[in-house]
Design a protein around this ligand. Structure first.
Ligand code: DX5
Ligand code: ZN
Length: 226
């Protein structure tokens, strides 16, 4: 069981884009740790989110680290631009990278932390050769492309498998879970070994988003196991 305090990263994809500043300010003032920002190209996933101008505006007002999740093909073409615009962590999809180790290295050479994401259909074993090199692994708990989808239960097993694979090889590896995360499954995810909870719908569709973030923060596997 992880003794590290987990992080909460609200996913901006579920924000109100007509009032984006207000939602950014809410996250700034909340207990959230990171901004999770989804970039979709309409090719790797069947949806298009937003690009550099919107991300630059978010970066301008965000007072917390930007966790950029690239759901795009050939991410190498753009990582420099994402770093320049203010990304702190850049996560690429394993399925989108022909030379995954090289992409991870390029991200780190730019001074960002590097994450690798895997789709629900991709086994954890696919990460065996990169697990020592990455800062973070993002386990998709829905098929990527949209907010508000139902959580896929096999995620728990994948987190445990990954934690076991990383043991002794990369003990500081951060495991992030993205998709369908809410106060209903957060405790079980933390118990399985997750470090970072991404939440879109569960935060931005809540009556009180600040409170929803606080609830995700206060969940603790340690408190219950006493
Ligand atoms: C899905 C995105 C997620 C999404 C999560 O492809 O990567 O970050 O915003 O949204 P919820 O929490 O609503 O499933
Ligand atoms: Zn995401």
């Amino acid at each position: 069981m992880s003794k590290r305090k987990h992080l909460v990263a609200p996913s901006v994809l579920s924000a109100d884009f007509a009032h984006l500043y207000d939602d950014i300010a809410m996250v700034n003032q909340s207990e959230a740790d990171w901004f999770h920002v989804d970039i979709m190209d309409g090719v790797f996933v069947p949806n298009i989110s937003f690009g550099f101008p919107v991300l630059a505006s978010i970066a301008h007002y965000a007072k917390k680290p930007l966790d950029v999740h690239l759901m795009i093909v050939e991410p190498d073409r753009y990582i420099e631009q994402f770093q320049a615009i203010g990304a702190d962590n850049i996560t690429v999809h394993a399925e989108a990278c022909t030379h995954l180790n090289r992409t991870v290295q390029s991200i780190q050479e730019l001074g960002c932390t590097a994450g690798v994401a895997i789709n629900p259909g991709t086994p954890v074993s696919h990460l065996y050769e990169v697990v020592e090199d990455v800062d973070l692994v993002l386990i998709m708990s829905v098929n990527p492309g949209f907010g508000g989808q139902n959580f896929i239960e096999s995620t728990y097993r994948k987190i445990m498998e990954l934690r076991e694979m990383a043991a002794g090889r990369n003990d500081s590896l951060l495991i992030e879970v993205d998709g369908g995360v809410s106060s209903h499954n957060a405790l079980a995810l933390l118990k399985a070994g997750a470090d970072i909870l991404v939440a879109g719908n569960a935060v931005f569709s809540a009556k009180n988003p600040t409170q929803a973030i606080a609830e995700l923060k206060k969940i603790s596997p340690d408190l219950i196991s006493v």
